[in-house]
Design a binder for this molecule. Structure first.
Ligand code: C5P
Length: 231
């Protein structure tokens, strides 16, 4: 079936401290969003890409991040919404019109995911209907209470840190998004919506260098991981 990637890039990116949304900030000389789209371009299983940008930034996104770089798979740049989930829903609606049977949701802010990770998550999703990249927690994770006092310590052996790509059979994600909207439920990842319907989501070993670029330090870290050859 046809595989379409939905790339949410409609966040304000305010934690990165720039005046421009973070997807336009340069990473190794190209916009962060472009770096992420280049990975999808190099992933043979992905046939088309829908980019979701801040409302009103469609033309700028196309001109700054897509057009100059020969990204032939980018089929559309569509406006997102107030919450990540709204942005993903907008991208999913466009991907459905392209004929998608499988949806690959991948953060614009994760330019270091590799094509082989996309291949493994897609292969796992083919078995279960949904699969996501994640890594076992290396640090101990505590729940904090008032005044930043440690309240409890979670059992690390059961904890995974969730990344993207997240892959879903199209009808499954559409149902999960519709149900969440109807219930006024918001999650920080799409798999959370699928889980709450009682559906299986397979965790696939991601990579610790598949950073989500959130703060200025992350940009520097990503440059370092990409190596001198790419700087
Ligand atoms: O805010 P956070 O870092 O969790 O965002 C993850 C991804 O979701 C980013 O690529 C961001 O651009 C996107 N996003 C979006 N629409 C929003 C909020 C976030 O597309 N309203």
């Amino acid at each position: 079936g046809m595989v379409v990637a939905v790339v949410p890039a409609a966040g304000a990116g305010t934690r990165l401290g720039g005046e421009r949304p973070k997807q336009f900030l340069p990473l190794a000389g190209r916009p962060l969003l472009t770096r992420t789209l280049m990975v999808l371009e190099a992933t043979p299983q992905v046939q088309a890409v829908v980019v979701v940008c801040p409302p009103g930034a469609e033309d700028e996104t196309w001109r700054a991040c897509v057009e100059p770089y020969g990204l032939a798979k980018v089929a559309a740049v569509v406006p997102g919404g107030a919450q990540r989930q709204d942005s993903v829903a907008a991208g999913v609606a466009r991907a459905a019109r392209l004929g998608a049977e499988w949806l690959v949701v991948h953060d614009a802010a994760r330019p270091l995911a590799r094509p082989e990770l996309f291949a493994r998550v897609l292969a796992a999703a083919a078995q279960t209907g949904a699969a996501i990249a994640a890594v076992p927690a290396a640090d101990t994770i505590k729940q904090a209470g008032e005044g930043d006092l440690a309240q409890s310590t979670l059992d690390r052996s059961q904890l995974w840190l969730v990344q993207t790509p997240q892959v879903f059979r199209r009808d499954l994600l559409e149902r999960a998004l519709a149900q969440a909207t109807a219930d006024g439920f918001y999650a920080t990842d799409e798999a959370g919506l699928v889980e709450r319907m009682g559906e299986k989501v397979k965790l696939v070993m991601g990579s610790r260098d598949n950073l989500k670029i959130t703060t200025p330090e992350d940009l520097a870290l990503a440059q370092g991981i990409m190596g001198p050859a790419m700087r």
